[in-house]
Design a protein around this ligand. Structure first.
Ligand SMILES: Cc1ncc(C[n+]2csc(CCOP(=O)(O)OP(=O)(O)O)c2C)c(N)n1
Ligand SMILES: [Mg+2]
Length: 328
């Protein structure tokens, strides 16, 4: 979770310094969902993510340096710099394809689940998508067929309350859907669905472990809505960090500007988890501080690696863009 947080904050800085161009999305505030839920995926499972994907790939072990390189359009990126932030892949971690078309991966996740069942591989699909994706027609179509055919797929909706300013929680902000709460939609298709607090690592752990066990037992698709509160740095079109996160803020959020302080006090999954680890004597503040120092050094190195990585050779502009046609 710390790797993701510091990766995203450093990315905002890299962008401000001109190293990264174009629009990008950060998943600050959603770290607990990605890290915990994806820990239940196995090596052969198919994972799908969205325009807000950096944390999902990092949670599966993607190298921060190569991910920065991809976002910055450099040769050492996972797509050779040709995919960028919106089309990252990390096949070794289960991400073979990323679509920035909102809702675009939902039917694809149902399709890979169908293929895995037809081939009897035992693989399941995990489909991560935002609350906004449920508005797309592809979503109910995929839910319907996944339910009818009992496909092995976990639908994991990250409800970050993108729409509608001012409301207190992700759930209250999602009012562009007539189906409300959002879990009404999968339930209408007879898919078991639960809501969890996506900032609470323990709650996500329980929900994801149970859902994945049910899918692996052949009980068909499961749906989890993980609710988080929108990070105040996402208020404008481009992310702006109100403060650089450091774990001591978990015990004293005083340094955070007053307007954003409440989020860091009560809605930040990273700081909440740090506080819990110390309260339960799992780790001391000093141990956590050491881990944070290591992570900051790792991110610093990753940024330097990406900045030093060359741009792709123009002569290779068309390579890897079109799949070769196999003719019988
Ligand atoms: C089909 C389609 N329509 C519109 C867009 C433009 N768009 C990009 S992100 C976004 C909001 C998506 O909301 P949500 O799925 O909740 O994800 P969040 O950004 O909140 O994580 C929209 C409408 C798009 N990429 N694809
Ligand atoms: Mg959203």
């Amino acid at each position: 979770m710390l790797v993701i947080r510091h990766f995203e904050e450093e990315l905002i800085a890299l962008h401000a310094e001109g190293h990264a161009r174009g629009h990008f999305h950060v998943c600050i505030g959603q770290e607990a969902t990605a890290v915990i839920a994806l820990s239940f995926a196995g090596p052969g499972d198919y994972l799908f993510t969205t325009h807000r994907n950096h944390g999902h790939l990092l949670a599966r072990g993607a190298e921060p340096g190569r991910l920065y390189a991809e976002i910055m359009g450099r040769r050492d990126g996972y797509n050779g710099g040709k995919g960028g932030t919106l089309h990252t892949v990390y096949p070794a971690g289960g991400f073979h394809h990323t679509s920035s078309i909102v809702g675009g991966i939902i039917p694809i996740a149902a399709g890979t689940a169908y293929a895995a069942r037809a081939r009897n591989t035992g693989a399941l699909s995990v489909c991560l998508f935002g609350d906004g994706a449920l508005e797309e027609g592809a979503a109910p179509e995929a839910l319907n067929i996944a339910s009818l055919w009992k496909l092995p797929v976990l639908f994991l909706c990250e409800n970050n309350g993108k729409y509608g300013p001012g409301a207190a929680s992700g759930a209250e902000q999602s009012r562009t859907m007539a189906a409300y709460p959002l879990t009404d939609l999968p339930r209408a298709y007879k898919i078991p669905a639960i809501q969890v607090d996506g900032t609470d690592a323990a709650e996500v752990f329980r929900a994801a472990s149970e859902a994945v066990a049910k899918i692996r037992r052949g009980e068909g698709p499961q749906f989890i809505e993980a609710q988080t509160v929108r990070w105040p740095g996402n208020e404008s079109n481009w992310p702006v960090a109100p403060i650089a996160t450091r774990l001591p803020l978990a015990w004293d959020p005083g340094p955070v500007p007053e307007r954003q302080r409440e989020w860091y006090r009560s809605c930040d999954p990273v700081l909440l988890f740090a506080r819990e680890l110390v309260a339960r004597n799992v780790a001391s503040r000093e141990e956590l501080a050491r881990i944070e120092e290591e992570v900051l050094a790792q991110i610093d190195e990753a940024a330097k690696f990406a900045i030093a990585s060359p741009l792709p050779d123009p002569a290779e502009a068309l390579r890897d863009v079109f799949a070769p046609m196999e003719r019988a």
